[in-house]
Design a protein around this ligand. Structure first.
Ligand code: C2O
Ligand code: CU
Ligand code: CU
Length: 511
């Protein structure tokens, strides 16, 4: 018995020792596994591209102006195939083509009308991101276009020259539809933009750059499966510019204006040049800045735009690059692309360059920003994992009732650890402050989308327009499309002063 007891005790001690060692081993293995996953989670293409493909330039579509003065566009959302890699096609969607869509251009003061035909076999919608327009023309989830149908919104362009864009916004399916390739630029011009000396020849010294990341499977098809720690959705390891992989562009002017649009689903980009050269920031989401600033980096979260003017010398080659950028906490930065860097585009300057006017010190920014003293209503929005103020998107719920013409202060905070941003339909706002301080230079102009990184509190001064409709909502949401689709979106209606909200037409209408 005693022996047994001793033996039993020994056995037990050995069991505990072995068990403890095993637990220790498992813990170490787990730590190693996490470290390996962590170590492999970042991506870099710096120095590894050949810049072999000529940059595609989306066709410029100025529509046709009828005898009634209305500028009409005709867009067909369609399926097709696009060759991005090694001659092997990828199944894609596009607008009037297989991938992306034409650059639409219209003039302030004009009435526009866009026929949007849906030929993709499932419901979609078309949203005019950054446009001030009646809610019923906005193209959000309440204006679905059924397969085979045509939707014909019309509105008067009532805002200054700017680089806007268009993309689908179907309830819960926006990420899919944009990822497959439905998106394009919408440029507004006006007399003031005509009057500047900025480069303005489309595709020559005024070049659209629609930047997107994509992941391809072994069959060269788009892969939308996110890794299990990729909480913002799929991150691509290849960058497309205007639907071109590994692109270069040749320029023939001393100064070239690039209109940058981050049309990625989830990636936050910090753009700069490999050689550290500076550029002038001339416009933000909603139009010109007052005084072009000289910068070496500009940050664009999904949906944001910036227009920059870059100076070249004959024979130059400048590589546009994205640099690591933190919008989340230490752990999530790694799994949401914050540590990644990419070579984006080689810009090759010809041996002889045409002279350009220098960038003016002042630009015609038409706008008097609202002031804190104009504010009549303050609202707070806390960005969670997939919610705003703890609530998920509900098509039948009005989250905010706003009076036409009023100035509101929206405070948006993010303590979630995750990277988020914030987009408001119908308006261009001004960033009052970020964490109580003056916003960074690239956030000082007219904006409709702004990064709200982990730990940030961003206050937005918003002057709402005069277009009231108590029965149709506009959206506000995180423009990380997986977050938006997962419910990180809310709705506001604009009512006449003193007016009451109505009932939303499509309450609970989903697909
Ligand atoms: Cu660019 Cu509500 O979207
Ligand atoms: Cu929008
Ligand atoms: Cu988000």
């Amino acid at each position: 018995m005693a022996d047994d007891g001793v033996r039993g005790g020994r056995r037990w001690r050995r069991f505990v020792a072995v068990g403890g060692a095993a637990t220790g081993v498992i813990a170490v293995l787990l730590a190693v596994a996490v470290a390996v996953v962590y170590a492999r989670a970042d991506t870099s293409t710096v120095g590894s591209l050949g810049f072999r493909n000529a940059l595609r330039i989306p066709p410029l579509d100025e529509g046709t102006v009828g005898s009634d003065g209305t500028r009409r566009f005709d867009l067909t959302v369609q399926a097709g195939e696009t060759v991005f890699l090694d001659d092997r096609p990828t199944a894609t969607w596009g607008v009037n083509g297989a991938y992306l869509g034409p650059t639409l251009r219209a003039r302030t003061g004009e009435r526009v009308e866009v026929a949007v035909h849906n030929r993709i076999g499932e419901a979609t919608s078309m949203h005019w991101h950054g446009m001030h327009l009646p809610a019923v023309m906005d193209g959000g989830p309440h204006q679905p276009i059924e397969p085979g149908d045509t939707w014909v919104p019309t509105w008067v362009v009532d805002q200054p020259a700017a680089t806007l864009w268009y993309h689908p916004h179907p309830h819960g399916r926006t990420a899919q539809h944009v990822y497959r390739g439905v998106a394009g630029m919408f440029q507004i011009v006006d007399d003031a933009s005509d009057g500047t000396s900025l480069p303005a020849t489309y595709g020559v010294d005024d070049i659209p750059l629609i930047v997107q990341d994509r992941k391809f499977d072994g069959d060269h098809q788009f892969d939308m499966n996110a890794g299990f720690l990729e909480s913002t959705g799929v991150l691509g390891d290849k960058i497309l510019v205007n639907g071109t992989f590994d692109p270069h562009v040749t320029v023939r002017h001393e100064q070239v204006r690039f209109r940058l649009l981050n049309a990625s689903n989830a990636r936050f980009f910090e753009f700069g040049f490999a050689d550290g050269r500076s550029f002038r920031l001339v416009a933000t989401d909603g139009g010109f800045v007052d005084a072009p600033a000289e910068l070496t980096r500009v940050q664009l979260s999904p949906g944001e735009r910036a227009e920059i003017v870059v100076e070249f010398e004959a024979g130059d080659e400048a590589v546009l690059r994205t640099f690591p950028h933190s919008a989340a906490n230490f752990m999530f930065d790694r799994f949401t692309g914050g540590d990644d860097e990419f070579d984006v585009l080689a810009v090759r300057a010809a041996a002889i360059l045409s002279p350009s006017e220098p960038v003016p010190h002042q630009l015609p920014s038409s706008d008097t920003p609202p002031e804190l003293s104009d504010v009549t209503v303050e609202r707070r929005f806390t960005l969670g994992g997939n919610d705003i103020n703890g609530k998920q998107m509900d098509m039948g719920r009005i989250d905010a009732v706003v009076e036409a013409g009023s100035v509101e202060l929206w405070e948006v905070r993010n303590q979630s650890g995750l990277p988020h941003n914030f987009h408001v339909h119908d308006v261009q706002f001004h960033v009052a402050d970020v964490n109580g301080e003056l916003p960074a230079t690239h956030l000082r102009g007219r904006k409709d989308t702004v990064e709200v990184g982990n730990g940030a509190t961003v206050r937005l001064l918003i002057r709402f327009g005069e277009l009231a409709d108590p029965n149709v909502a506009y959206m506000f949401h995180c423009h990380v499309l997986q977050h938006e689709d997962a419910g990180m979106m809310g709705q506001f209606v604009v009512v006449e002063p003193g007016g009451q909200p109505g009932e939303l037409d499509h309450a609970g209408h989903t697909h």
